[in-house]
Design a protein around this ligand. Structure first.
Ligand code: 3PY
Ligand code: MG
Length: 260
């Protein structure tokens, strides 16, 4: 397989990348997103989808991404190092871990993605899965460490309390900000426009900017996408398969019904 990771290259170059969620987990949808020019496809194994422990799922999904010319952006249910290793071995390049609390767990998650970590042996295991072209990759160890990328969601007040330490974890790829779960944790469930939540999101963004860790957010309309770019976010999820189907067909159906 192609071990390169355009997503990591882009965010390390300071570029902005645009993604879409594939809630159907359909290889066809992933391929189409790639053909459209979508930079990354968000796959949410925290809240939906098949078991992330089934490598054959990722083998097929990463093949579809490669054919379409896009990258997968996989949200795991947890930062279990054994799961991280297995998903990387199946060919995924970009992983992110939700609901982190401590810098120690973030460090353990990043270390599981590296053969060499800060000049010391890392915690990635040698494998012969799809990521190594089934044992036939010309280069493997150094290439993997250069290409794979692990980020975390900052969406808990415990993580906010430890944010500086989390952002100091070597080789942390990015932070994705989660206003919905922050709203729960801050006592305003689902009110993501509550001033306290908005202020907290801005503080997280500023801390990441000072630490030079790229950030991501969800923005579902042109004005908020523009605002996210102006705020310095580099990883922006701009929609998804189900929302696109719902809005397009709903509008068309409403128009057709109005004509009759
Ligand atoms: C949140 O806002 O909590 C998220 O996880 C966004 O996906
Ligand atoms: Mg969340």
């Amino acid at each position: 397989m192609d071990q390169r990771n355009g997503f990591r290259r882009a965010i390390e170059n300071g570029d902005v990348v645009f993604g879409a969620r594939a809630s159907t987990f359909s290889p066809t949808v992933i391929e189409i997103f790639g053909e459209l020019g979508i930079d990354f496809v968000w796959l949410d194994f925290e809240h939906m989808g098949p078991s992330p422990w089934d490598s054959t799922v990722f083998e097929n999904l990463t093949r579809a991404a490669e054919v379409g010319g896009t990258e997968l952006f996989v949200r795991l249910p947890s930062g279990d190092p054994a799961l991280i290793r297995k998903v990387l071995d199946a060919g995924v390049r970009n992983i992110f871990v939700p609901r982190v609390d401590t810098a120690a767990e973030v460090r353990a998650a990043v270390e599981a993605t590296r053969f060499v970590y800060g000049d010391e042996p890392g915690e990635r295991g040698m494998a012969s899965g799809r990521s190594r072209t089934w044992g036939n990759a010309g280069e493997y160890v150094a290439t993997e460490d250069e290409e794979v990328c692990l980020g975390v969601m900052i969406e808990k007040t415990t993580a906010v309390d430890e944010l500086d330490d989390i952002l100091s974890v070597p080789e942390l790829g990015f932070v994705f900000i989660g206003p919905s779960d922050l709203s729960v944790q801050m006592g305003h469930p689902s009110d993501t426009s509550h001033p306290d939540v908005v202020e907290q999101v801005a503080e997280i963004r500023e801390a990441c900017r000072s630490a030079e860790v790229p950030t991501g957010v969800i923005a579902n309309d042109p004005a908020s996408i523009e605002a996210a770019i102006e705020d310095g976010h580099q990883i922006i999820r701009i929609g998804g398969d189900l929302a696109s189907i719902q809005s397009t067909l709903q509008e068309r159906l409403d128009d057709v019904r109005a004509l009759r």
